[in-house]
Design a binder for this molecule. Structure first.
Ligand code: SAM
Length: 126
């Protein structure tokens, strides 16, 4: 969202808004060669998800809050938007609540979790 968030969010990832603004500026510069193919959506992930149609996305990468409930909510929200044979991936598998949410979600839908370093991905069956 590129801004500091609620007081109940106690992680280093919840950076000050000045840091978030600097990160946004860096991101804009890095992505400059790819305009106008890129869109930056400054919304909570659950709101941003409403912009996309079901079964439409080739690749989704999650890197938000680390609590089990939040990760599970993001997974449940974005998974139906991924197209068949598309990828849902994310960061922070070294955080036990993130890992637990990913493994529980994957088990609930019967897909295998692929891991590399701190990342994971799951693939929608075709
Ligand atoms: C773990 S940090 C990752 C930041 C960046 N991707 C990186 O690797 O440095 C999580 C970021 O996601 C943001 N965030 C947390 N929950 C979010 C949500 N529901 N929607 C959008 N952004 C969220 C936080 O403000 C923070 O900037």
């Amino acid at each position: 969202m590129w801004q500091h968030q609620a007081a109940d969010y106690n992680e280093s990832g919840n950076a000050a808004s000045t840091t978030q603004l600097a990160n946004l500026r860096s991101t804009l510069e890095l992505l400059a060669p790819f305009w106008p193919s890129v869109r930056i959506v400054q919304q909570p992930s659950l709101v941003a998800a409403r912009l996309f149609d079901p079964d439409s996305l080739h690749f989704v990468y999650l890197d938000a809050r680390h609590e089990y409930e939040w990760v599970l909510l993001d997974l449940k929200t974005w998974w139906p938007l991924v197209r068949p044979r598309g990828f849902l991936a994310g960061d922070d598998m070294s955080h036990p609540p993130v890992e637990a949410a990913v493994l529980d979600f994957a088990a609930s839908i019967g897909v295998q979790v692929h891991r590399f370093d701190n990342d994971f991905f799951i693939v929608r069956p075709g």
